[in-house]
Design a protein around this ligand. Structure first.
Ligand code: ADP
Ligand code: MG
Length: 351
């Protein structure tokens, strides 16, 4: 009898031990929880370690949808479209937005100023006319482009408290070059609130890494080869607590008569930017900043893009030119490893 009791006790003990072990393995370290969804026009991948991982992924998915609904110009009814509709109808009236939308709008205006209008948050009328994002791509006639260029001017956006207005009737604020970046930061906030210490999210080339991996190693982020299929890399950036955000002419484009027309427009010409760069990557602390800067530097080109990036503290960059050369800022020297399977690209000395 006693022997039986001891055996039972041992069995119960080992079940308990197994349960504790299982919970430990399942929650704290070795196995990440992964999530994949489609939002903001792109595939979003999340990988999280920690006991609240599943809950955090679900909350993040809801948050991303909410940001998309508020900030896209492709659906009517969102906050940014309220501002745009108002500009078309009731010129001069203030629109009450919410804190988040105003924060992103302010960031967008700041980077419009810093880049001298290479990034321009009021590029919306041109974006619509080209139709690359909305799925009706066309080459607008030159007179249409010239007419719409008059509406592109970030200086005519005014922000006061949580309200904003556009000065010219028909102007359209477009947060397409920055909203995914903001979503990356918002997702990390959700991770932190759920006690997650180790995670990454990839919103279609907009990667944000939280902490390090549980084994103490850094996150390894592949830099897409802009002239190869998705998943072929030109190297790896090793980071913790950083955003790694890329822009390029390979992400969204259409071709006519052998010419590529992509989705990053030069607000000075009204046509897809043709600065000599085919891809840019920005590495910095906040994904919203990295997103605006990757688009801005793509339009500015190698020299002026480098200058902009170097004028801001704690921002690193990788620029890839049409002639297949890679340039990086000095600060990337130790965290970027060049590795080009295609053997077509050349890693030019760091600047
Ligand atoms: P992706 O959305 O592919 O990550 P970007 O962050 O570079 O790429 O943003 C491109 C989007 O930004 C376009 O789809 C458009 O909505 C908007 N956009 C295009 N040109 C500009 C520009 N010069 N300044 C600001 N936004 C732009
Ligand atoms: Mg961008």
């Amino acid at each position: 009898m006693l022997r039986k009791k001891i055996l039972l006790f041992l069995a119960a003990g080992s079940v308990l031990a197994a349960a504790v072990w299982f919970a430990y393995v399942n929650t704290s370290s070795s196995k990440p929880v992964e999530g994949q969804t489609f939002s903001m026009g792109t595939i979003i991948t999340q990988r999280l370690y920690g006991s609240n991982a599943k809950k955090a992924i679900e909350e993040a998915n809801i948050k991303i949808k909410e940001i998309e609904n508020k900030m896209t110009i492709n659906n009517s009814g969102g906050l940014i479209n309220k501002l745009n509709d108002m500009s078309a109808e009731h010129n001069g009236e203030w629109n009450v937005l919410d804190n988040e939308t105003v924060y992103v709008l302010e960031k967008a205006k700041k980077y419009s100023e810093l880049s001298g209008g290479a990034f321009d948050v009021t590029v919306g009328p041109l974006v619509k006319a080209w139709g690359i994002i909305s799925g009706n791509p066309r080459i607008p006639p030159a007179d249409e482009i010239n007419r719409l260029l008059k509406l592109v001017d970030y200086k005519s956006i005014s922000i006061q408290g949580s309200s904003a207005k556009l000065i010219l009737p028909g102007q359209i604020a477009d947060l397409g070059g920055i909203a995914k970046g903001y979503a990356g930061d918002a997702v990390l906030d959700i991770y932190r609130k759920n006690g997650i210490k180790s995670a990454f999210v990839n919103l279609g080339g907009n990667v944000v890494a939280l902490g390090k991996k549980p084994d103490g190693s850094t996150w390894k982020i592949g830099i897409q080869n802009p002239r190869a299929e998705n998943g072929k890399y030109l190297g790896i950036v090793s980071v913790s607590d950083k955003a790694v955000v890329s822009s390029g002419d390979y992400e969204r484009f259409f071709e006519r008569d052998g010419k590529r027309y992509h989705h990053i427009l030069d607000p000075k010409t009204g046509y897809p930017a043709d600065s000599g760069l085919i891809a840019t990557t920005i590495v910095c602390g906040l994904s919203v900043d990295a997103d605006a800067l990757s688009t801005a530097s793509f339009v500015l080109g190698l020299e002026r893009g480098m200058k902009l990036v170097e004028s801001i503290g704690e921002v690193e960059a990788i620029f890839i030119t049409k002639d297949k050369k890679l340039y990086t800022t000095k600060g990337l020297k130790d965290i970027f490893t060049f590795s080009d399977e295609s053997k077509e690209f050349e890693y030019v000395e760091k600047r």
